[in-house]
Design a protein around this ligand. Structure first.
Ligand SMILES: [Zn+2]
Length: 282
């Protein structure tokens, strides 16, 4: 975002009155207003909610727009925000211009409104709710699919050519496309990484993990199928540096992703495969 941008922003205060200001950093100002350091007016009317913003090329343009906006009756102000109309020539910003410089989970995926935390009775977890459209921002583990491709009792693993876990052995698989069935995703990922065509046999198990190696990544829902190769030619490609077949007693030690150790242990110890809550040492 251009750091020369100035914003006219509008807040709704806790007593339902409106407040406007100009700034280069709307979210910093919002934080200040909501910690009592923004303005004397808002410090007695917390919490405030960001309800509108318009971007200008310089401070004086934003200030002129503010002066013009302030002269409007309250109903006209709210109408302008509700209809997302321009002010002094600048189109309404649905938060997207502001959101670009912020962590995305601070904003509603649908309307760009700022998210706030709520604790509802009857809900065991606090939720984030959009301060503009009221939609609850549920967080879910991202679905991934992979395959335990087995031939002659050995398992196909790929050595990662990319971070995270560069150089570690991994089960072929990856993130699903938005409308993709996990079985189709597993077939696609194996084809992309290994060149092999596979036939899924059955669901092997589902494992929740975090992406990356620092325990701060997104949660992933990892869905694995048992599969056998039915065509193609094994050749590392895409995100794989190498391929190899491993017998249960010769599995590598450098394994990518925490849950994959459990998957491999479950595979190696056959009968306990995919049992939730089962502890097994790999
Ligand atoms: Zn929203």
């Amino acid at each position: 975002m251009n750091s020369d941008s100035w914003f006219l922003y509008a807040l709704r205060c806790a007593d339902d009155t409106l407040y406007t200001g100009v700034t280069t950093d709307v979210l910093r100002r919002l934080r200040e207003h909501n910690t009592g350091r923004g303005a004397r007016y808002t410090s007695g009317r917390m919490p405030v909610t960001l309800i509108g913003a318009w971007r200008f090329s310089d401070r004086s343009a934003a200030q002129r727009a503010e002066a013009r906006f302030r002269r409007l009756p309250r109903r006209a102000k709210l109408h302008r925000i509700a209809q997302e109309l321009p002010v002094a020539g600048s189109p309404f910003h649905r938060g997207s211009a502001i959101a670009q410089k912020l962590h995305p989970i601070r904003f509603c995926h649908r309307c760009g409104g700022l998210l706030d935390w709520v604790n509802s009775s009857g809900d065991e977890r606090p939720r984030q709710i959009c301060t503009l459209c009221g939609r609850i921002q549920y967080r879910n583990a991202k679905p991934c699919a992979g395959a335990l491709v087995e031939e002659h009792g050995r398992l196909l693993l790929v050595r990662r050519a990319i971070e995270p876990y560069l150089g570690c052995w991994d089960i072929p698989g990856g993130f699903l496309e938005v409308d993709e069935h996990p079985e189709a995703g597993a077939i696609r990922e194996v084809r992309e990484e290994t060149g092999l065509e596979i036939e899924p046999i059955e669901l092997f198990g589902i494992y929740v993990d975090r992406y990356g190696c620092h325990d701060d990544g997104d949660y992933c829902l990892n869905i694995y199928y048992s599969a056998r190769p039915v065509g193609g030619r094994a050749q590392p490609a895409d995100e794989a540096a190498d391929l190899a077949w491993f017998s249960p007693d010769r599995l590598p030690t450098a394994i990518a992703f925490h849950h994959a150790r459990q998957v491999l242990a479950d595979w190696a110890h056959g009968p306990r495969r995919g049992q939730p809550g089962e502890e097994s040492k790999g």
